[in-house]
Design a protein around this ligand. Structure first.
Ligand code: ADP
Ligand code: MG
Length: 371
């Protein structure tokens, strides 16, 4: 298979390792679009590596089918799938120069030397390692080794590029740089790419879409912003977001149009009125406005931190209900200041208090379904 920009269809793929009680993959169905950069995001042990290995052919699936373009690859061995994989630690030959390592596979496949040279010059130019090609892996930095591993993966013009936490062994600052370079590289080469990470920030930063996994299942597949704004459940809402989302168990107050926290101390007034009697209210810290009231509000500033030049406050009632809010740093609030809060209801999310699933309820005014 030599077509680039291939789409991938994963249909009900399951896999259980012999020793394991739970399946590592439990009926995963996912369409990856041609030329897409898809992030596969999930906590450790959620099945990301297994899905990648099943796609590459390193592992076999117990059930289900996989198609690359029109071709069913389920029973096709790894070496005939036109897939390249970049792992956390690079697979470069220790005794070879980077150039030889990178050229190894295309040479084996009888790609003409001039063509290989051209491809290497092109790719390593983009990756800023053209000047390092005569060195061996131990003579370059970790970040440069990963760049060389990406070059090695791309030089064979794979139909599908799979990356398994490729930047997790480099420090945070370099990781950010490598991320934006990967996005540029993807723009240039357009190779269909699946990028595995457990880091939601990384997934949201680089990808066209994010597929979130948990316990061997896909929880949600969406564009990053959609995932952030409309998470399907409270677990996912908390998993995506640099600051944890506030999830407040609330119930309708006797008057009917306000929500009360479980301790009865806080009353919030949604703009919409069509909400159930009991729900978990999800509001991100940036959607809570702090109003320094000086009044007898039960909420007080409990702790504060500086986050990216802004202030993050944890507010607390005497009974222990906590709300986290982000606010500008021009006017820093003292510890113990009593405050009121205003919720930006357009961005508030209602979750079922038992299942955690997002409810189709709109807490803002003027929207469909609200009386
Ligand atoms: P992730 O990459 O998301 O951390 P993995 O795909 O590596 O998750 O693992 C998914 C599940 O399968 C985990 O529960 C893990 O312990 C189990 N697992 C992974 N590889 C093996 C293996 N070779 N043998 C047995 N169990 C495995
Ligand atoms: Mg893994």
């Amino acid at each position: 298979m030599k077509t680039s920009n291939v789409g991938v269809a994963i249909d009900a793929v399951s896999k259980r390792y012999k020793s394991a009680k739970q399946p590592a993959l439990d009926g995963v169905t996912l369409d990856i679009r041609p030329g897409e950069l898809l992030a596969l995001l999930g906590p450790s042990g959620s099945g990301k590596t297994t899905l990648l290995n099943v796609l590459s052919g390193l592992e076999s699936a117990d059930d289900g089918r996989m198609l690359f373009g029109d071709q069913d690859v389920t029973d096709i061995p790894a070496e005939r799938r036109s897939v390249a994989v970049v792992f956390q630690s690079s697979m470069l030959y220790p005794h070879m120069s980077l150039r030889k390592s990178i050229a190894f596979a295309p040479r084996l496949n009888k790609v003409p030397d001039a063509e290989i040279e051209q491809r290497i010059a092109d790719i390593t130019g983009w990756l800023h390692i053209a000047h390092l090609l005569d060195r061996r892996p131990h003579e370059v930095s970790g970040g440069e080794r990963q760049r060389a591993a990406i070059a090695k993966a791309l030089v064979s013009r794979p139909a599908l590029l799979l990356m398994d936490e490729p930047f997790s062994a480099v420090d945070a600052q370099l990781r950010r740089q490598l991320r934006s370079e990967l996005v540029k590289l993807h723009r240039e080469f357009g190779t269909t790419t699946v990028f595995v990470t457990h880091d939601q920030e990384e997934a949201m930063a680089i990808s066209d879409r994010v597929a979130v996994m948990r316990n061997g299942r896909l929880v949600q597949v969406d564009e990053p912003l959609e995932l952030y704004r409309s998470p399907v459940n409270a677990w996912l809402a908390d998993f995506v977001g640099v600051q944890p989302i506030n999830v407040l168990p609330v119930r309708r107050s006797p008057s009917g149009d306000t929500l009360q926290t479980a301790d009865g101390e806080l009353t919030l007034k949604p703009e919409g009125r069509a909400f159930p009697d009991v729900l978990d209210l999800g509001v991100r810290p940036e959607h809570i406005k702090i109003i320094a009231s000086g009044s007898a509000s039960p909420l007080r500033v409990y702790t504060r931190e500086v986050v990216s030049g802004q202030m993050k406050y944890t507010l607390r009632t005497d009974q222990g209900t906590e709300i986290v809010a982000i606010r500008g740093s021009d006017d820093v609030l003292d510890i113990d200041t009593p405050v009121d809060v205003a919720v930006d209801w357009r961005h508030a999310i209602a979750f079922d208090s038992t299942t955690g699933e997002r409810l189709d309820v709109n807490l803002a005014k003027g929207t469909a379904g609200v009386s």
